[in-house]
Design a protein around this ligand. Structure first.
Ligand code: B12
Ligand code: SF4
Length: 343
């Protein structure tokens, strides 16, 4: 039995990942299957209300998702903060809202581009209904964003497409107020900075650390760091502010492969993070991409030596070394090259 007054007006589905490597099953999983299952459950309710999709995965392949899942009525392209509420206010006239996909009879219509939201002034998300007990300790599954966008333009990366290539920095005081709320109201003891890169600009990251220390918040966190802007003083500050894992994704190793990937770093910057890690009580992880141009036999030997040294001398401080294949994601310079080469 359903109580009409409690019926929702819409159902929103977040489509985040296109593919996940499942370490337990040792295989790639495509979440589309779960999307179809989720939609089936929603349809069983017979509520007959619009299903609205959004999320990073959706925004990378909006038309494909709308085509594969014809039950989706609207899709929010890229950020949801301003445009999702606007759509909810305009369900009778959705064409008034920019940046959305609408299923109109048999057609999928896009209402037109709009600019990124003013993330600098964004408010603290309301997390009242988040089941924090499900966030398993040690997983750092809760994300806090201190900024959006990335001003670098790595060849293969879709982040500037998803979040813009202009950096939008929140006020460190607002960020730390959010962290305080998580700790003192929701009892959270750990989180991850969900920034593309935490320490660009380094001055912003430093201000956040100093604010955490000033307010005496006892919390553990992890983040992704750029190798170029690491030094001992900065590492000390992060450690004092609660950083428990410094994650690095240099992706390439030789200068040639780093240049091909259009990274802002050189091999010496990667070596430097290892040297600092040996000196300091910091845990690190490294991600590399295999099979990229510039990885000749000599550079492969050098990379293997680096990995062996890290395994031997960092011991337990080395949390993870991960290898992945180069993927071609939409709207990247790499995707454009692949399309041109196919022609
Ligand atoms: C930080 C991050 C991580 C961190 C998360 C840390 C944490 N505890 O939160 C870590 C390292 C753990 C991680 C892991 C993975 N990640 Co990741 N991650 C990101 C990153 C950089 C930011 C995600 C984030 O939190 N953003 C902040 C939130 C607020 O933004 P958002 O989720 O996009 O939501 C906004 C909009 O999308 C929209 N929206 C979202 N949902 C909905 C729903 C509705 C109805 C509406 C209307 C709108 C809407 O509104 C929101 C506000 O604007 C993105 C890249 C990026 N720049 O987006 C990749 C990204 C999401 N990750 C990705 C992947 C693949 C993974 C992994 C599968 C990697 C792996 N092989 O293991 C895992 C999966 C983890 C999981 N359980 O899902 C992909 C997903 C797409 C894809 N290629 O499949 C991305 C897009 C990167 C990429 N280009 O490849 N990730
Ligand atoms: S790989 Fe990292 S640094 Fe490079 S563009 Fe993407 S988010 Fe920015």
């Amino acid at each position: 039995m359903y109580y009409t007054s409690l019926l929702p007006d819409v159902v929103g589905i977040s489509i985040r990942n296109i593919h996940i490597y499942d370490k337990v099953l040792n295989e790639l999983i495509f979440p589309l299957k779960y999307l179809v299952d989720t939609i089936k459950i929603i349809k069983k309710t017979k509520w007959n209300i619009p299903i609205i999709a959004g999320g990073a995965g959706f925004s990378m392949y909006p038309r494909q998702f709308m085509t594969e899942a014809p039950e989706i009525k609207y899709g929010i392209f890229l950020e949801g903060e301003e445009f999702f509420p606007q759509l909810l206010d305009n369900l009778d006239s959705p064409y008034n809202v920019k940046g959305i996909f609408i299923r109109d009879k048999n057609e999928i219509v896009f209402t037109g581009d709009r600019s990124f939201v003013n993330f600098e002034n964004s408010i603290i998300p309301d997390r009242t209904f988040i089941p924090f007990d499900n966030c398993k300790k040690g997983n750092y599954s809760l994300g806090v964003q201190s900024k959006r966008g990335c001003s670098l333009q790595c060849f293969y990366c879709s982040y500037p497409y998803l979040n813009g290539s202009k950096l939008k920095l929140r006020d460190p005081k607002d960020i730390v107020a959010e962290i305080e709320e998580l700790c003192y109201i929701h009892g959270v003891t750990e989180f991850a900075f969900a920034d593309n890169v935490f320490n660009i600009p380094a001055s912003h990251a430093e201000k956040i650390c100093k604010e955490i220390i000033k307010r005496g918040i006892n919390v553990n966190w992890i983040a992704w760091f750029n190798e170029q802007f690491m030094d001992e003083r900065f590492v000390d500050l992060c450690l004092e502010a609660g950083c428990r894992l410094f994650e690095f994704s240099p992706d390439g190793f030789s200068n040639k492969s780093l240049r091909w990937l259009r990274k802002n770093i050189q091999t010496c910057h990667i070596q430097n993070t290892y040297n600092i890690a040996r000196k300091k009580n910091m845990e690190v992880s490294y991600n590399f991409i295999i099979g990229i141009p510039g990885q000749g036999p000599i550079s492969l030997i050098r990379q293997t030596i680096f990995i062996l040294k890290a395994k031997i001398f960092l011991g337990k401080k080395l949390k993870r070394i991960q290898f992945s294949k180069l993927g071609i994601e939409p709207s990247t310079a790499l995707a454009k090259l692949a399309i041109e080469e196919k022609k």
